[in-house]
Design a protein around this ligand. Structure first.
Ligand code: AP5
Ligand code: MG
Length: 232
Protein backbone atom coordinates (compact mmCIF):
# COMPACT_ATOMS: atom_id res chain seq x y z
CA UNK A 1 0.00 0.00 0.00
CA UNK A 2 1.51 3.30 -1.12
CA UNK A 3 1.10 5.98 1.56
CA UNK A 4 1.62 9.48 0.24
CA UNK A 5 1.32 11.85 3.16
CA UNK A 6 1.45 15.58 3.71
CA UNK A 7 1.96 16.63 7.33
CA UNK A 8 1.23 20.28 7.66
CA UNK A 9 0.82 22.71 10.50
CA UNK A 10 2.47 25.78 11.98
CA UNK A 11 6.13 26.02 12.97
CA UNK A 12 6.71 23.94 16.08
CA UNK A 13 3.52 21.89 15.62
CA UNK A 14 5.56 18.69 15.82
CA UNK A 15 5.77 17.82 12.12
CA UNK A 16 9.40 16.72 12.28
CA UNK A 17 8.95 14.82 15.55
CA UNK A 18 6.05 12.84 14.13
CA UNK A 19 7.49 12.44 10.64
CA UNK A 20 10.64 10.65 11.80
CA UNK A 21 8.68 7.95 13.58
CA UNK A 22 5.90 7.57 11.00
CA UNK A 23 8.31 7.34 8.06
CA UNK A 24 10.37 4.68 9.84
CA UNK A 25 7.27 2.70 10.78
CA UNK A 26 5.71 2.80 7.33
CA UNK A 27 9.06 2.56 5.49
CA UNK A 28 8.37 5.62 3.43
CA UNK A 29 10.66 8.53 2.55
CA UNK A 30 10.66 11.45 5.02
CA UNK A 31 11.06 14.62 2.99
CA UNK A 32 11.58 17.70 5.17
CA UNK A 33 12.08 20.76 3.00
CA UNK A 34 13.42 22.73 5.98
CA UNK A 35 16.04 20.02 6.66
CA UNK A 36 17.00 19.85 2.96
CA UNK A 37 17.55 23.62 2.94
CA UNK A 38 19.52 23.59 6.22
CA UNK A 39 21.76 20.85 4.73
CA UNK A 40 22.49 23.16 1.78
CA UNK A 41 23.35 25.99 4.17
CA UNK A 42 25.64 23.74 6.20
CA UNK A 43 27.39 22.49 3.05
CA UNK A 44 27.91 26.11 1.91
CA UNK A 45 26.40 25.54 -1.54
CA UNK A 46 25.20 28.36 -3.80
CA UNK A 47 21.61 27.44 -2.95
CA UNK A 48 22.47 27.44 0.77
CA UNK A 49 23.94 30.95 0.50
CA UNK A 50 20.85 32.09 -1.42
CA UNK A 51 18.31 30.77 1.12
CA UNK A 52 20.06 31.45 4.43
CA UNK A 53 18.94 35.05 4.90
CA UNK A 54 15.37 34.16 3.85
CA UNK A 55 15.15 31.38 6.45
CA UNK A 56 16.84 33.48 9.13
CA UNK A 57 14.17 36.16 8.80
CA UNK A 58 11.30 33.65 8.81
CA UNK A 59 10.14 34.18 5.22
CA UNK A 60 9.45 31.55 2.55
CA UNK A 61 11.82 30.39 -0.18
CA UNK A 62 10.71 31.06 -3.74
CA UNK A 63 8.01 28.62 -4.91
CA UNK A 64 9.91 27.70 -8.09
CA UNK A 65 13.11 26.81 -6.22
CA UNK A 66 11.48 24.65 -3.55
CA UNK A 67 9.06 22.98 -5.96
CA UNK A 68 11.92 21.89 -8.22
CA UNK A 69 13.75 20.37 -5.24
CA UNK A 70 10.66 18.44 -4.13
CA UNK A 71 9.76 17.32 -7.65
CA UNK A 72 13.23 15.79 -8.06
CA UNK A 73 13.19 14.28 -4.59
CA UNK A 74 9.84 12.55 -5.21
CA UNK A 75 11.28 10.79 -8.25
CA UNK A 76 14.02 9.10 -6.25
CA UNK A 77 13.70 5.37 -5.74
CA UNK A 78 13.09 5.53 -1.97
CA UNK A 79 9.98 7.67 -2.49
CA UNK A 80 8.29 5.22 -4.86
CA UNK A 81 6.73 3.12 -2.06
CA UNK A 82 5.34 6.27 -0.44
CA UNK A 83 6.51 9.51 1.14
CA UNK A 84 5.83 11.85 4.00
CA UNK A 85 6.19 15.53 3.16
CA UNK A 86 7.10 17.66 6.18
CA UNK A 87 6.98 21.40 5.41
CA UNK A 88 5.73 21.18 1.81
CA UNK A 89 3.45 22.48 0.38
CA UNK A 90 3.33 25.88 2.08
CA UNK A 91 1.53 27.91 -0.59
CA UNK A 92 -1.33 27.28 -3.00
CA UNK A 93 1.14 27.33 -5.90
CA UNK A 94 3.17 24.58 -4.23
CA UNK A 95 0.01 22.58 -3.51
CA UNK A 96 -1.06 22.69 -7.16
CA UNK A 97 2.41 21.57 -8.28
CA UNK A 98 2.27 18.68 -5.82
CA UNK A 99 -1.06 17.55 -7.25
CA UNK A 100 0.59 17.49 -10.66
CA UNK A 101 3.54 15.46 -9.32
CA UNK A 102 1.28 12.78 -7.84
CA UNK A 103 -1.42 12.75 -10.52
CA UNK A 104 -0.73 9.10 -11.38
CA UNK A 105 0.04 7.95 -7.84
CA UNK A 106 -2.06 7.00 -4.79
CA UNK A 107 -4.07 9.99 -3.50
CA UNK A 108 -2.46 12.35 -1.00
CA UNK A 109 -3.47 11.95 2.62
CA UNK A 110 -3.22 15.38 4.23
CA UNK A 111 -2.87 15.69 8.01
CA UNK A 112 -3.15 19.08 9.65
CA UNK A 113 -1.54 19.28 13.11
CA UNK A 114 -3.34 21.87 15.24
CA UNK A 115 -1.43 23.53 18.10
CA UNK A 116 -2.19 26.88 19.82
CA UNK A 117 0.28 29.70 19.19
CA UNK A 118 1.28 30.21 22.82
CA UNK A 119 2.27 26.52 23.04
CA UNK A 120 4.36 26.89 19.88
CA UNK A 121 6.21 29.96 21.16
CA UNK A 122 7.03 28.07 24.39
CA UNK A 123 8.18 24.94 22.53
CA UNK A 124 10.46 26.78 20.13
CA UNK A 125 12.00 28.96 22.87
CA UNK A 126 13.08 25.72 24.59
CA UNK A 127 14.17 23.74 21.51
CA UNK A 128 17.79 22.68 21.08
CA UNK A 129 19.07 20.94 17.97
CA UNK A 130 22.27 19.13 17.09
CA UNK A 131 24.82 21.39 15.41
CA UNK A 132 26.08 18.38 13.41
CA UNK A 133 23.04 16.37 12.25
CA UNK A 134 20.20 18.84 12.96
CA UNK A 135 18.18 16.39 15.11
CA UNK A 136 15.90 17.92 17.75
CA UNK A 137 17.08 17.20 21.29
CA UNK A 138 14.39 15.32 23.24
CA UNK A 139 12.21 17.68 25.31
CA UNK A 140 12.95 15.81 28.51
CA UNK A 141 16.67 16.62 28.55
CA UNK A 142 16.54 18.63 31.77
CA UNK A 143 17.09 22.28 32.72
CA UNK A 144 18.45 24.76 30.18
CA UNK A 145 21.97 24.53 31.74
CA UNK A 146 21.88 20.74 31.53
CA UNK A 147 20.57 20.93 27.98
CA UNK A 148 23.42 23.22 26.94
CA UNK A 149 25.95 20.77 28.40
CA UNK A 150 24.20 17.78 26.80
CA UNK A 151 25.10 16.28 23.45
CA UNK A 152 23.06 14.81 20.60
CA UNK A 153 21.66 11.35 21.37
CA UNK A 154 22.03 10.54 17.68
CA UNK A 155 25.64 11.52 16.84
CA UNK A 156 27.16 13.11 19.94
CA UNK A 157 27.28 16.61 18.38
CA UNK A 158 26.89 19.78 20.44
CA UNK A 159 23.37 21.08 21.04
CA UNK A 160 22.53 24.64 19.96
CA UNK A 161 19.34 26.70 19.50
CA UNK A 162 17.99 26.67 15.91
CA UNK A 163 18.94 29.87 14.07
CA UNK A 164 15.31 30.75 13.24
CA UNK A 165 13.92 30.07 16.74
CA UNK A 166 14.57 33.58 18.13
CA UNK A 167 11.19 34.81 19.36
CA UNK A 168 10.82 37.66 16.82
CA UNK A 169 11.55 35.18 13.97
CA UNK A 170 9.07 32.65 15.40
CA UNK A 171 6.39 35.41 15.43
CA UNK A 172 7.22 36.18 11.79
CA UNK A 173 7.06 32.47 10.84
CA UNK A 174 3.64 32.23 12.52
CA UNK A 175 2.41 35.28 10.58
CA UNK A 176 3.69 33.81 7.31
CA UNK A 177 1.95 30.55 8.19
CA UNK A 178 -1.39 32.29 8.81
CA UNK A 179 -1.18 34.27 5.58
CA UNK A 180 0.31 31.79 3.13
CA UNK A 181 -0.04 28.23 4.44
CA UNK A 182 -3.25 28.10 6.47
CA UNK A 183 -5.33 28.80 3.32
CA UNK A 184 -4.36 25.27 2.25
CA UNK A 185 -7.06 24.05 4.65
CA UNK A 186 -9.52 25.47 2.13
CA UNK A 187 -7.69 23.77 -0.74
CA UNK A 188 -7.55 20.32 0.86
CA UNK A 189 -10.40 20.48 3.40
CA UNK A 190 -13.15 19.00 1.25
CA UNK A 191 -11.10 15.93 0.21
CA UNK A 192 -12.06 12.66 1.96
CA UNK A 193 -8.36 12.13 2.67
CA UNK A 194 -7.97 15.35 4.69
CA UNK A 195 -7.72 14.94 8.46
CA UNK A 196 -7.10 17.20 11.41
CA UNK A 197 -5.24 16.05 14.53
CA UNK A 198 -4.77 17.76 17.92
CA UNK A 199 -0.99 18.28 18.17
CA UNK A 200 -1.16 19.70 21.70
CA UNK A 201 -0.94 16.39 23.56
CA UNK A 202 1.85 13.98 24.42
CA UNK A 203 3.87 13.08 21.33
CA UNK A 204 2.90 9.38 21.57
CA UNK A 205 -0.77 10.32 21.60
CA UNK A 206 -0.32 12.58 18.62
CA UNK A 207 1.33 9.66 16.80
CA UNK A 208 -1.56 7.32 17.63
CA UNK A 209 -4.09 9.92 16.47
CA UNK A 210 -2.25 10.39 13.17
CA UNK A 211 -1.96 6.64 12.56
CA UNK A 212 -5.71 6.22 13.20
CA UNK A 213 -6.61 9.15 10.95
CA UNK A 214 -4.32 8.02 8.13
CA UNK A 215 -5.54 4.42 8.30
CA UNK A 216 -9.14 5.60 8.12
CA UNK A 217 -8.31 7.90 5.23
CA UNK A 218 -6.60 5.03 3.40
CA UNK A 219 -9.54 2.72 4.14
CA UNK A 220 -7.30 0.46 6.21
CA UNK A 221 -8.99 0.63 9.59
CA UNK A 222 -10.46 -2.84 9.27
CA UNK A 223 -7.20 -4.58 8.44
CA UNK A 224 -4.42 -2.62 10.10
CA UNK A 225 -3.92 -3.42 13.83
CA UNK A 226 -2.94 -0.44 16.00
CA UNK A 227 0.88 -0.18 16.12
CA UNK A 228 2.68 -0.57 19.43
CA UNK A 229 3.56 2.74 21.08
CA UNK A 230 6.63 4.43 19.56
CA UNK A 231 9.95 3.86 21.28
CA UNK A 232 11.21 7.39 21.91
P1 AP5 B 1 10.90 24.00 8.61
O1 AP5 B 1 12.18 23.39 8.99
O2 AP5 B 1 9.89 23.18 7.91
O3 AP5 B 1 10.32 24.68 9.91
P2 AP5 B 1 8.82 24.92 10.44
O4 AP5 B 1 7.71 24.55 9.57
O5 AP5 B 1 8.84 26.35 10.88
O6 AP5 B 1 8.67 23.95 11.61
P3 AP5 B 1 9.69 23.43 12.70
O7 AP5 B 1 10.68 22.52 12.06
O8 AP5 B 1 10.20 24.56 13.53
O9 AP5 B 1 8.66 22.66 13.62
P4 AP5 B 1 8.00 21.22 13.46
O10 AP5 B 1 6.55 21.37 13.17
O11 AP5 B 1 8.83 20.34 12.59
O12 AP5 B 1 8.10 20.75 14.96
P5 AP5 B 1 9.18 19.82 15.68
O13 AP5 B 1 8.78 18.40 15.58
O14 AP5 B 1 10.54 20.21 15.26
O15 AP5 B 1 11.20 25.27 7.68
C1 AP5 B 1 12.18 26.21 8.04
C2 AP5 B 1 12.23 27.31 6.99
O16 AP5 B 1 12.62 26.75 5.72
C3 AP5 B 1 10.92 28.04 6.70
O17 AP5 B 1 10.68 29.07 7.63
C4 AP5 B 1 11.19 28.57 5.29
O18 AP5 B 1 12.04 29.68 5.32
C5 AP5 B 1 11.95 27.42 4.65
N1 AP5 B 1 11.05 26.45 3.98
C6 AP5 B 1 10.85 25.14 4.32
N2 AP5 B 1 9.95 24.57 3.52
C7 AP5 B 1 9.55 25.52 2.65
C8 AP5 B 1 8.60 25.55 1.60
N3 AP5 B 1 7.86 24.45 1.29
N4 AP5 B 1 8.41 26.70 0.93
C9 AP5 B 1 9.14 27.81 1.22
N5 AP5 B 1 10.06 27.86 2.22
C10 AP5 B 1 10.26 26.72 2.94
O19 AP5 B 1 8.94 20.24 17.21
C11 AP5 B 1 9.27 21.54 17.67
C12 AP5 B 1 9.65 21.44 19.17
O20 AP5 B 1 8.52 20.98 19.89
C13 AP5 B 1 10.78 20.42 19.44
O21 AP5 B 1 11.58 20.89 20.49
C14 AP5 B 1 10.01 19.15 19.86
O22 AP5 B 1 10.78 18.33 20.72
C15 AP5 B 1 8.80 19.75 20.56
N6 AP5 B 1 7.60 18.90 20.43
C16 AP5 B 1 7.20 18.23 19.32
N7 AP5 B 1 6.03 17.57 19.58
C17 AP5 B 1 5.72 17.85 20.87
C18 AP5 B 1 4.63 17.48 21.72
N8 AP5 B 1 3.63 16.69 21.28
N9 AP5 B 1 4.61 17.95 22.99
C19 AP5 B 1 5.61 18.76 23.43
N10 AP5 B 1 6.68 19.15 22.69
C20 AP5 B 1 6.72 18.70 21.42
MG1 MG C 1 10.51 20.62 11.35
Amino acid sequence: MERNLVLFGPPGAGKGTQAVWLARTWRIAHISTGALLRDEIKAGTALGREVKSVIDRGALIDDGVITKIVGERLQRRDAQAGFLLDGFPRTLTQARSLDDFVAVRAPLVVVELVVPEEVIVRRLAARMICSECGTNAPEESGSSDEREAATCHNCGGALVPRADDAEHVVRKRLEVYRLQTEPLVGYYGSRPTFCRVDGDQLADRVTAAIVGAVDRACGLSAISPPPSPPDR
